[in-house]
Design a protein around this ligand. Sequence first.
Ligand code: HEC
Length: 295
Amino acid sequence: MKIFPLSFSMLILALVISGQVYASTGANTGANSGAETDTGENPEQDRQALRAYYENLFPGVPADAHKDGIYAIDAPSRAQWQEMEEFPLYEIAVDEGEELFYTPFDTGVTYADCFENEGAVKQLYPHFDEHTSSVVTLEMAINTCRATNKTTALEYGSAELNNLSSYIAFVSRNQKVQVAEPKTAAALAAYKAGKRFYSTRRGHLNFACTSCHIQLAGRKLRAEKLSASLGHVTHFPVYRFKWQEMLSLHQRFAECNSQVGALPFDLQGVEYRNLEYFLSYLSNGMQLNGPATRK
Ligand code: HEC
């Protein structure tokens, strides 16, 4: 029976479009200022619905192909991007990150002692830590490793931290995003906060993340085509030609907040960590393919 799954996904699709699943709350400032739109959907239903939505929006593009971001749906720029990837400018960051990774702290220990599997651990982040009741990201874990070794924290967004996470992303390639389904009340609350953040309208443009990356995905905004939310977490950090440096996922979040005229939030603050948790859950099962290059 093919009819049932199809009509079920069409129903979900209608919900997505009518904004009940990824509802915009109409609030235009700050985080979490909108009323929660809890439709009773669970994270796994959200993920399936979103995959079905994009498969419907982009016929012939499998949901997992969005790991390549805009290049999954924009053929002309894909060719250009593949050329860029032949001499990938993130290689410098990966090399520098590798050197840092194996440089001992004063304690004689290296990051390799903190991160098993020679650093191929990106698939373990982010995760919800029940003890601290918060989302733990790879960047935080890097700083925790430093703290354990009596070394000062690296600034989030700094070249050193981005180089380290570029190396970890590189050696974690081909693993799959595998965020455990949020089940406890605290984990679900973090997931829902991320989901709410994603659909909250902000800035003088009064746009939510969903406006561009769900409703308008595939359409052009000024000179840029808009990518799907699926796969947004698979390939960071990215080498950005615009800035000529590596950028973390949270730096990209901040850029998109600023683009609509809203104030960015703190890198690695609770808002962006919850957002990363939500987005990562949606990308479950997709291949990790960082670092990458982006315009
Ligand atoms: C006004 C439209 C707009 C809004 C609103 C917007 N973005 Fe973006 N975003 C873009 C554009 C343009 C790009 C670059 C092209 C692309 O990859 O979509 C981008 C890229 C991204 C990327 C990188 C994609 C990649 O493959 O590297 C992420 C992640 C992202 N946005 C997240 C967000 C989040 C989170 C929000 C909400 C805080 C948001 N965006 C809101 C326009 C927008």
